[in-house]
Ligand binder design. Structure first.
Ligand code: FEO
Length: 392
């Protein structure tokens, strides 16, 4: 696949990773892309690079447009290796280009690669004329790392925000309007699994960019598709996700040993559905944790179910709670249920984990010994109905 022009004199020269299926614990079922952009002007600029194994792919695309040695400046918006992994080889290939990054970016790149490059560090509001165009920089700490920054091309009204507004989605298409509605699903999963803990910072950064009054015609992130048809749509979605807007939706997330917790989970689901709640049943060994997190983004209520194993919760619940804790979802109400043989302990352990992180927990809980009988299943349905009223 060839380099793709995204605006007059600006080219996508990144790489497509069709086969990546795990991105530090996130299931990238649709692969990913590492987007790099080449801006041709009096000074030619490469914005970001790609993961190391894809260096030659990027180099090939750059070479379709210009001799790589004609690049004058490389902008490193972010240190993480999916974007900086090809920085050293491309710098060596070019010669000695200026490397523009934030102060933290410089420190991070030096620590990662132990090389002294011809750095120029920039702060928010600084600009760099490259001929007919001016690049502006906005530091965006923690979006996704402390070093992260956005680059803005004023004359093209183009925002290059690196990780922000991205999606893990490999495709031959480069623009969101070439793909259809699925793009929002990929963007939601990406936000929930990568940026959710940073929601307050995202809100602040979006407000800052809005206050700067910079017109944005196109947003070209470092992963996935470029937002060109309606870039305000993804900005608005980020605002709503960061504000913690939820729907009357509940998830029943569970594991089961001999089927009892699953019977209870299904009876609870029945109660929720009867009360008109949009509900999903999610078995922890049939659904990847990162897909459940995506579902959580818009859910108000989460019911967690576990059988008791060795006086505690089932190990998959531990995995899920550990992963979820790091993402710090706000504004959710958790309910707990399960089954036990003699002493119990699963609910107690799940409660302890949730309380430690100050999650809101519904006061009621439901545990059934061995196999639920007809009356106990009726109680489980009633439990679901009551939970539905709790998340009105
Ligand atoms: Fe896509 Fe934080 O790297």
């Amino acid at each position: 696949m060839r380099a793709r022009k995204i605006a007059e004199g600006i080219w996508w020269v990144g790489a497509i990773d069709w086969n990546v299926r795990d991105f530090h614990g996130y299931s990238t079922s649709f692969g990913s892309t590492y987007n790099a952009y080449l801006i041709l002007d009096e000074k030619n600029v490469l914005v970001d690079t790609v993961k190391a194994p894809f260096y030659l792919e990027m180099l090939g695309r750059i070479s379709e447009i210009i001799d790589p040695s004609r690049i004058d400046i490389v902008v490193a918006n972010h240190v993480e290796m999916d974007h900086s992994g090809s920085l050293l080889p491309i710098v060596e290939r070019i010669g000695s280009p200026l490397v523009v990054t934030s102060e933290r970016g410089k420190k991070g790149l030096e620590k990662h690669y132990q090389k002294s490059l011809r750095f120029r560090t920039v702060k928010s509001g600084e600009t760099l004329s490259i001929g007919h165009r001016t690049l502006s920089f906005v530091e965006a700490p923690m979006l996704h790392w402390p070093d992260s920054m956005f680059t803005y091309v004023k004359e093209d009204q183009l925002l290059l925000p690196n990780d922000a507004f991205g999606q893990h989605f490999a495709s031959c298409q480069r623009f969101e309007d070439e793909v259809g509605e699925d793009v929002m699903r990929h963007a939601a999963k990406y936000y929930a699994n990568i940026l959710w803990p940073l929601a307050p910072l995202i809100l602040k950064k979006v407000e800052e960019v809005v206050k700067m009054g910079i017109p944005i015609d196109m947003i070209a992130p470092s992963h996935g598709l470029i937002w060109r048809k309606n870039p305000s749509r993804i900005i608005q979605a980020y605002v709503e996700w960061s504000q913690g807007k939820t729907a009357r939706k509940a998830l029943v997330v569970y594991d089961t040993m001999w089927g009892s917790t699953e019977k209870i989970a299904k009876a609870i689901l029945k109660g929720l559905v009867e009360e008109g709640v949009d509900t999903k049943l999610l078995h922890l060994r049939s659904n990847h944790r990162s897909d459940i997190i995506e579902e959580m983004l818009e859910a108000r209520g989460i019911l967690l179910g576990s059988p008791t194993l060795n006086n505690g919760m089932f190990p998959t619940l531990g995995d899920f709670l550990t992963y979820m804790r790091g993402l710090r979802p706000k504004g959710k109400i958790f309910g707990l249920f399960g089954s036990h043989g003699w002493g119990g302990g699963a609910i107690k352990e799940m409660r302890r984990h949730l309380e430690a992180e100050k999650f809101e927990i519904w006061e009621k809980e439901l545990s059934v010994q061995f196999v639920p009988d007809e009356n106990e299943l009726k109680s489980a349905t009633e439990f679901g109905r009551e939970f539905a009223k709790r998340i009105l």
